[in-house]
Design a protein around this ligand. Structure first.
Ligand SMILES: [Zn+2]
Length: 364
């Protein structure tokens, strides 16, 4: 096969994307080639675009990707769930890949923290196989990626954010050990927070309290399972803690989850917990996320504090199952609020960056 395909290239932070063509080659036996049908702009793509975190350039951003298999290497026969794979299947896949030796995968069951792990949307576009990001017509799926066939019933809008936001929150809520009858506080109602509210309800939470400073997000969160929402913009910390604790008698919430990327909310969230409560940090992805805690409070209140980064491949399988089981209960398709062509990628990034849309999708 000798042909070329288009990609929106990220030359350097804050400069407009440029559409360029690169060669598409035949796959190696352990690779697949996917024609992208949709990719969505994640907050982390915006962080890279704005230069807040290093990302190789020129490159192709985007890791929330779905598409249709156009070429399948002979070595790939089945997906993670043992469904046979064939050309023409619509698939999602883990946002990261790693193959070879890994103590973290084999001994500690943490494949997502294997040294040398790579992520889609984080490679130089000039190097073979060129297409390893979402904002392009094609993407190669490389060895060590968990591929998952999508059921016909799931829409592209429901399926595209699965491999980042939804799978991450399956991981975070598992770490939080949300159980039947628990009271759960979700700090931040962006995409992670919305999935967090919905998953908490699906896991049996009695009461889910969503916190954010953007009024419109509070209304959306109620559609995703939040029983109570609090606008934190007009409330001092003490009043907020008291408000949440009053909603969770007799002594505060069982669980709180940070998914807003703001370090200063962590000590406030911990104050909302009952003795023996659990706190999970899921959004502090940037270095320098300092906060101050009194270790004696952690000790006396028996607080469990945990950080979660990336997700296990099984969490992507569970994310798909969760959305398929609950798509009549929560409006997952509404998460994608606007669609753009590849040529409109600059406009799409501007809208995603100023938060005027929850998720902007590129349909190449
Ligand atoms: Zn993402």
């Amino acid at each position: 096969m000798t042909k070329t395909a288009r990609a929106a290239v990220y030359d350097e932070p804050n400069s407009p994307f440029v559409i360029r063509e690169f060669p598409v080659r035949d796959v190696n036996p352990d690779e697949a080639l996917v024609r992208i049908t949709m990719s969505t702009i994640c907050r982390s793509d915006i962080h890279s675009y704005q230069g807040h975190r290093p990302n190789p350039c020129p490159g192709i951003l985007g890791h929330e990707i779905i598409g249709v298999i156009e070429q399948l290497g002979a070595g790939i026969t089945h997906d993670m769930r043992d469904n046979p794979l064939a050309i023409g299947d619509r698939v999602t896949w883990t946002e990261f890949f790693h193959h070879g030796q890994s103590v973290y995968r084999d001994i500690h069951d943490m494949p997502q923290k294997s040294p040398g792990l790579r992520k889609y949307g984080h490679d130089l576009v000039g190097e073979d196989p060129h297409f390893l990001g979402g904002f392009a017509e094609y993407c190669y799926i490389l060895p060590g990626t968990g591929i998952l066939k999508l059921p016909d019933a799931i829409t592209d809008e429901e399926a595209t954010p699965l491999n980042c936001g939804a799978a991450t929150m399956i991981s975070v809520t598992e770490a939080a050990d949300i159980g039947m009858g628990d009271t759960v506080v979700v700090q931040g109602l962006g995409l992670l927070g919305l999935y967090g509210c919905a998953i908490a309800k699906a896991r049996g939470a009695r009461l889910v309290i969503g916190l954010d400073s953007v009024g419109q997000r509070l209304a959306v969160a109620r559609k995703f399972g939040a029983d109570e929402t609090i606008d934190v913009s007009s409330m001092d910390d003490d009043a907020l803690v008291e408000n949440v604790r009053d909603l969770c008698p007799p002594d505060g919430a069982d669980i709180a989850m940070e998914v807003c990327g703001v370090a200063s909310v962590v000590p406030i969230g911990i104050r909302m917990l009952r003795t023996g409560g659990r706190y999970v940090i899921g959004g502090l992805v940037n270095p320098g996320s300092d906060f101050k805690l009194d270790g004696n409070d952690i000790l006396r209140k028996w607080i469990t504090l945990k950080g979660i980064h990336n997700y296990h491949p099984r969490h992507l399988v569970q994310a798909l199952d969760f959305v398929m089981t609950n798509r009549d209960r929560f409006p997952f398709a509404d998460i994608v609020e606007a669609k753009f062509s590849l040529e409109e990628v600059n406009e799409a990034f501007a809208k995603a960056a100023d938060r005027s849309v929850l998720r902007a999708a590129i349909v190449p």
